[in-house]
Structure formats: structure tokens, C-alpha cells
Design a protein around this ligand. Structure first.
Ligand SMILES: C[S@@+](CC[C@H](N)C(=O)[O-])C[C@H]1O[C@@H](n2cnc3c(N)ncnc32)[C@H](O)[C@@H]1O
Ligand SMILES: [Mg+2]
Length: 297
């Protein structure tokens, strides 16, 4: 059984961290995220500038899948993201909901990582020394603040337009493993949940952490995340989500277990229409986030 996180956690401190810049792992075979500068120093990118240029991909559909990573790419899903890739950093554009939940999920991630890796949560750069790969990073909304918290962050994505990285095949081929593997709002867009989870596990060091956020396959999620967000409020383009591809917390726990990952903590990410604010909650009926650990066998 995993533990639940019920209290809202302030995330405003995230934005007051002293600035560190996104840096890649040192291996030449691991390409860098286009939002980053490789060494410390002033960033060459900013949130308001043009989105990342294009180049590599997490796993191009045209590439032959290898044993460890079979891609799990759904072309219909990735086409949706390719079509709106120029809008990642528009806070009022199609990715508005991701910008809105970002501080909340970052606070979960920060706290889970500090707890698991015994890091000093009061430090300005509590994630110093940790390597993170953000799978399905999109425009890098999570990469940048995590790098400012001291982590070395690599963003990879299935859509070339989203970010400039080489194929995850290269990562896996090189047996690249990370302390932390993130997949935020991605699993509901992949072709095969199990294959995707296997690839996440294969990128994780023993005792490393995998953090996934997604949407529950519940009636409330149909009403709020699809009818409400896409058709009534217009927060997301119509057709962004397919209810049948959502994953329940129980299914996620089973997927994790089958890939040697065990869920440590889970929290709901809820919207309060009165305050118009998002917070962490024990209500996982719609959006939720879970941390899991790759157990040493
Ligand atoms: C809803 S967006 C989330 C972006 C980012 N993680 C965030 O939360 O800000 C989903 C992203 O997953 C990517 N994606 C979809 N299928 C993928 C796959 N099989 N492997 C890697 N990325 C994938 C899409 O291209 C898109 O950028
Ligand atoms: Mg989604």
C-alpha cells in the first residue's frame, strides 16, 4: 500500500530558487535539451522566447525499436502535440492547464525526491547531484524549474518539434540510467502502457525514482477532464484526451509492480473552482501523481 498525500503544499518557493541552468549529462552520446546551456552561466533561452528547435526524438516511429525501448508511440496522439508545438510557453494557449498544475506537481516531485534521496529540502538547490530524465517533456515546463533546483535534467520527447534531443534508443543503447525518471501527463497518450512503463523502468537506476502523473479513468474524469476542460471551458483543444486510454491508480500500481517499481506515494491534483487554484489532495478521482521506487532484487 502506498501513502497518500492529503495536504496542499505551497509551491511558491520553487520560483524563488536561485537560478541554476539546465545541464545535460556529461556523456557526449547523450544530447542536451534545447532549453539548456551545458555549463553554468546565463541561459540562452527564456520562457517567452521561441520554443525549442527541432532535431532528435525520444523514439522516432521510423526507427527500428530495440529490445529495451519499443517506443510505444501512438502517431495519432503525437500528431496532436506536433500541431501545437509552437505554443508550449504561451500561458494562455492550449497548454494553459499544464502551466496551471506545474507548481503543484513540482512541489510533489521536490518533496518526494528530497524524502527519498535524503536531500535538504530547505536548500536553494535541493536536487543537487541528481540526474533526471523527463520523458515526454514537451516544451520543458518541468525541466527548467527542476534544473533550477540543482538537478541535471535531460528532456526527451516523441515529437521532434518539441525538443532537441537524440533518440532514447541512444540512451538505452548506452545503458543510460538516471536517478529520477519523470513521465508527466504522458502515459495517457502512449500506444502501450506496459511497454512504456518498462522503458521508464529501464532508464531508472536501482533504488531510483519514477514519477508519473496522469488522469484517472473515472466518470468524474470524463466529466471534468474531457467534457469540462475540452468542451465547456475550452482549456484544452477538443479531442486532446481519449477516456479509454486513462489509467486508474490501481492499474498504475499494477503496471509499476510488473516492472519492478513499487508505488511509494500518491496524491490527487485537484482544482478548486472557488479559489481557482490547484492543490494536492487525497482525491485521486481525476488528476493524480505517483512516485515509485525501482527496487533492487
Ligand atoms: C500532455 S504533454 C506533457 C508534456 C510535459 N510532460 C508536461 O507535462 O509539461 C504529452 C507529451 O508526451 C509526448 N509523448 C507522447 N507519446 C510519447 C511517447 N510514447 N514517448 C515519449 N513522449 C511521448 C508528446 O509529444 C507530448 O509532448
Ligand atoms: Mg494528457
Amino acid at each position: 500500500m502506498w501513502r497518500m498525500r492529503g495536504n496542499a503544499i505551497s509551491s511558491s518557493s520553487l520560483w524563488r530558487q536561485s537560478l541554476r541552468y539546465l545541464s545535460s549529462t556529461s556523456s557526449a552520446s547523450v544530447p542536451s535539451c534545447s532549453h539548456q546551456v551545458v555549463s553554468d552561466g546565463p541561459s540562452t533561452s527564456s520562457r517567452n522566447e521561441t520554443p525549442p528547435s527541432t532535431a532528435g526524438v525520444l523514439a522516432s516511429p521510423s526507427q527500428k525499436p530495440n529490445k529495451k525501448y519499443r517506443g510505444s508511440i501512438n502517431d495519432v496522439e503525437t500528431a496532436k502535440f506536433a500541431a501545437i508545438a509552437d505554443t508550449w510557453w504561451d500561458h494562455h494557449g492550449p497548454f494553459k492547464p499544464l502551466h496551471a498544475i506545474n507548481p503543484v506537481r513540482l512541489s510533489f516531485i521536490r518533496s518526494a525526491l528530497c524524502h527519498h534521496f535524503r536531500k535538504d529540502a530547505s536548500s536553494a538547490t535541493p536536487l543537487d547531484g541528481l540526474t533526471i530524465v523527463d520523458v515526454g517533456c514537451g516544451g520543458g515546463l518541468a525541466c527548467e524549474p527542476l534544473a533550477r533546483m540543482g538537478a541535471q535534467v535531460l528532456g526527451v520527447d516523441a515529437v521532434e518539434k518539441n525538443i532537441k534531443v537524440a533518440s532514447v534508443h541512444a540512451l538505452v543503447h548506452e545503458n543510460q540510467e538516471f536517478d529520477v525518471v519523470l513521465a508527466l501527463e504522458v502515459i495517457e497518450h502512449v500506444a502501450d502502457h506496459m511497454e512504456f512503463c518498462k522503458s521508464l523502468a529501464s532508464l531508472t537506476k536501482k533504488n531510483g525514482m519514477v514519477i508519473i502523473s496522469t488522469i484517472n479513468r473515472s466518470i468524474s474524469a470524463y466529466g471534468l477532464a474531457i467534457v469540462g476542460a475540452e468542451y465547456v471551458l475550452g482549456w484544452l483543444p477538443k479531442g486532446t484526451h481519449d477516456w479509454s486510454k486513462f489509467v486508474t491508480p490501481e492499474e498504475l500500481a499494477l503496471l509499476m509492480k510488473r516492472t519492478s517499481l513499487s508505488i511509494e506515494e500518491m496524491a490527487g491534483v485537484v482544482f478548486n473552482p472557488l479559489t481557482q487554484k490547484w492543490s494536492l489532495s487525497d482525491d485521486t478521482s481525476v488528476n493524480y501523481i505517483a512516485s515509485s521506487v525501482r527496487r533492487v532484487i
